[in-house]
Design a protein around this ligand. Structure first.
Ligand code: GBH
Length: 476
């Protein structure tokens, strides 16, 4: 978009947190008597080879051994669970507790701040079988799980995230059905799931606020993901399309938590379309005033996952028929074929989108404290793409971080940290091992999962230790 762009040469503040992100299920599945979750249920019905790979993979403690200069590392706790094998609080697995205790201690001993996600998509199978995220009962089970986690680890963990990407849990898990548990209930399931999940988030935040904050003094946020949506033209219709798409994608979760209730545009559009479709009430459930107040303000900071950009343009109102979230949105979404791609069809190199989304979030939600909890790009595993300093992954980080720094300096966005996705190649959900996001390559066929730093690992280490993206930086 901007060929003359010059990489930002200002230092990142000393207290800026740089790190790497990981997630429990993407690195290991069968440790310490863990129970089953909805992803085990999927992967265990795959071919034996795929299953074996998943089951023998245990990659994570390398960062300490490699002597990284990380200031933070993001990881998630397995609910299913390293220490609650059934997902229910009646049975706590001591081996699992000890595992996380040791891990957190090792981090702290190495000066690395743990950034802990309580839920990254791995609903316990037992809870799924009684309704999962479509059942109100899960609110209390989740809240109880969160309370136990705060109790067990809260003396050492100061940065909590209740959920990673709730939209993927709900829209892909219960709407389009592309991710576990593969429920296809277009235009209905994802709204019910979200309604319940937001209450679970709020309840966990309140539990922390009432019972743990006074002694533990940490921060509890939520990670929400969104691309940037660039208007195709400067017409009013396309500008509205961009705003509307952001509200349906991000505001769906952020508005209830940061401003109160669902975005107006969602309430109106879904109510109108539901009525035309013949529903008695809107497919978007309504919060009571009490619920709105309970959820509003339940954040200490925002985790933002951002990878790429889409173009959007206005289009004629989709015909009335079977409902879907896409039709409720009613926007044409596409990517420009000229954008540089990656091993993931959805990740295009569009670093300017980072500045735009940060500015939009600042303006829409009253300038919250933000940490970028995921940002990254995939290769296909042949390292050849990641060999020199200007390798595409180093290039990606350099430019995304540069626009991020611009957002901080020029737009006054309050970003306090950044963790790349991901520390090492890992299990990419339904895409298996075909897309490699790691700074470290993992040899999944070797017994000890040999890890090799890619060139981008060297570049990123240098950025962290110099706090500068280029060879020499200037003070602000
Ligand atoms: C992250 O989601 C996840 O949090 C992480 O676990 C995962 O490893 C990482 O992505 C890399 O994949 O199939 O075209 O419909 C990022 C947000 C939203 C990206 C859903 C993929 C589906 C695009 N994801 N999106 S498509």
């Amino acid at each position: 978009q901007d060929d003359d762009y010059v990489v930002n040469n200002k230092y990142f503040p000393d207290k800026f947190m740089f790190g790497c992100a990981t997630a429990s299920y993407q690195g290991a599945w069968d440790e310490d008597g863990k129970g089953q979750n909805i992803w085990d249920n999927l992967t265990h019905t795959l071919s034996r080879t795929a299953y074996r790979k998943i089951r023998t993979m245990e990659t994570w403690p390398c960062y300490v051994k490699e002597n990284w200069v990380l200031t933070t590392i993001g990881f998630s706790i397995s609910w299913s669970g390293k220490y609650l094998p059934t997902g229910f609080p009646y049975k706590i697995n001591e081996a699992g507790v000890q595992y996380y205790r040791n891990f957190i201690k090792e981090l702290k001993d190495n000066g690395i701040e743990p950034l802990v996600t309580i839920f990254h998509w791995d609903t316990p199978q037992g809870l799924h079988e009684v309704g999962g995220w479509l059942s109100e009962f899960i609110v209390d089970y989740y809240a109880e799980y969160a309370r136990i986690v705060f109790q067990l680890f809260g003396d050492d963990v100061k940065y909590w995230l209740t959920f990673n990407e709730p939209k993927q849990t709900c829209q892909q898990g219960y709407g389009s059905g592309e991710k576990a548990p593969f429920v296809q209930s277009h235009g209905l399931g994802e709204y019910i799931c979200t309604h319940i999940l937001l209450k679970a988030h709020a309840k966990a935040w309140h539990i922390y606020d009432d019972e743990f904050r006074p002694t533990q003094n940490g921060l509890v946020g939520i990670t929400i993901d969104t691309p940037w949506f660039e208007p195709n033209t400067t017409s009013d219709e396309d500008l509205e399309a961009s705003e509307r798409q952001l509200q349906f994608e991000f505001g769906w979760y952020a508005n209830p938590i940061f401003n109160g209730d669902y975005p107006e545009i969602m309430k109106t559009r879904i109510a109108n379309r539901s009525a035309l479709e013949g529903f008695q009430t809107s497919r978007l459930p309504e919060f009571t005033q009490e619920e709105i107040d309970f959820i509003n303000g339940t954040f200490d900071y925002l985790g933002l996952n951002h990878y790429s950009t889409y173009m959007v343009s206005a289009m004629p109102e989709p015909e009335i028929g079977d409902p879907s979230w896409e039709k409720d949105t009613g926007i044409a979404v596409f990517q420009d074929p000229s954008w540089e791609g990656s091993a993931s069809d959805w990740v295009k190199v569009t670093p300017w989108g980072m500045r735009k989304i940060l500015k939009w979030v600042k303006e829409t939600y009253n300038n919250p404290a933000i940490i970028i909890t995921e940002n990254g790009i995939s290769d296909n595993g042949t390292l050849s793409e990641d060999l020199d300093d200007e390798s595409f992954r180093s290039h990606y980080y350099k430019y995304y971080l540069s626009y991020l720094r611009d957002a901080m300096i020029e737009d006054g966005v309050n970003v306090f940290g950044y963790t790349v996705w991901s520390l090492m190649d890992n299990f990419e959900w339904t895409r298996g091992y075909t897309e490699k996001f790691g700074l470290y390559q993992v040899d999944f066929s070797s017994g000890n999962r040999t890890r090799t730093p890619k060139k981008s690992a060297t570049y990123y280490s240098k950025v962290i230790s110099t706090r500068c993206l280029v060879d020499t930086c200037e003070e602000e």
